[in-house]
Design a protein around this ligand. Structure first.
Ligand code: PXP
Length: 250
């Protein structure tokens, strides 16, 4: 199963528009406005993470996104009953299950699927039955991929955070080893029938090698794009990411 599998989708994560809004408790900047602009700029989907502590995206943002979007919403959430109920009420196109710790700055690692297979299998079943595509955010690790396939997730999103951190720290040998692991595990997940996505920490400097993996169908990118929008505007920031991705793909 090799060869290019179609256009690489870009999911734009708008969480950090809400971070800026929430820093002052104001009504602006509005993440829904950002999502609409992202659609116009070529995003194939919008990603939003409703965290347990609501530090960025709020419940009302999810309501408003479900109303406003013309592209699919990828709803990132922890595997909790509260989040499952919210997802079942909205039935977004996709649900991405992520690990969540209150004290972390961002999603630090992938989900530990292998050690909680039964619980997760039961957790995702109603979501699948409701028509949501269930994605599991995991490290590029064989055991986690196999467990994700066994619990009948449709998608795995491979965590690119370690690769991006190693790049930023100039640890290029280790970065290249992590890239190799991501490449091998993309192919392995695909061979098990899983759709492969990737994301976390990606920038213009790090996106191309990941975009070039033929099995990767979607990248989810947020923090860098929202930061870059300060300097060039959201539409050009996204358009440039799209360009770099498309160039890597061909
Ligand atoms: N994918 C997943 C599963 C995530 O949790 C996040 C961060 O919310 C992203 C992608 C986007 O990461 P970043 O904001 O670093 O681009």
């Amino acid at each position: 199963m090799t060869g290019y599998l179609g256009k690489l989708r870009l999911g734009v994560n708008i969480d950090h528009v809400a971070t800026v809004r929430n820093a002052r408790g104001s009504a602006y900047p509005d993440p829904v406005r950002a999502a609409r602009l992202a659609e116009q700029a070529g995003a194939d989907g919008i990603t939003a993470h409703l965290r347990e502590d609501r530090r960025h995206i709020a419940d009302a943002d999810i309501d408003a996104l479900m109303e406003a979007l013309t592209v699919p919403l990828n709803f990132e959430m922890a595997a909790t009953e509260e989040m499952q109920a919210i997802a079942l009420r909205h039935k977004p196109h996709a649900v991405c299950i992520v690990p969540e710790k209150r004290e972390e700055l961002t999603t630090e690692g992938g989900l530990e699927v292998a050690r909680q297979e039964n619980r997760l299998a039961h957790f995702i079943k109603p979501l699948r039955d409701a028509g949501c595509r269930v994605s599991i955010f995991i490290a590029a690790d064989r055991a986690q991929i196999e467990a994700a396939a066994r619990i009948r997730a449709e998608v795995v999103e491979l965590h690119t955070g370690a690769y991006c951190d190693l790049h930023a720290e100039g640890r290029f040998e280790e970065r290249d080893a992590e890239l190799e692991r991501l490449r091998d595990m993309s192919a392995y997940a695909h061979s098990l029938g899983l759709e492969v996505h990737a994301g976390h920490g990606l920038t213009y400097d790090t996106v191309a090698p990941i975009a070039a993996f033929p099995e990767v169908m979607e990248l989810n990118i947020g923090h860098f794009l929202i930061g870059e929008a300060i300097f060039r505007g959201l539409t050009p920031a996204i358009a440039e990411m799209r360009r770099v991705m498309d160039e890597a793909r061909t």
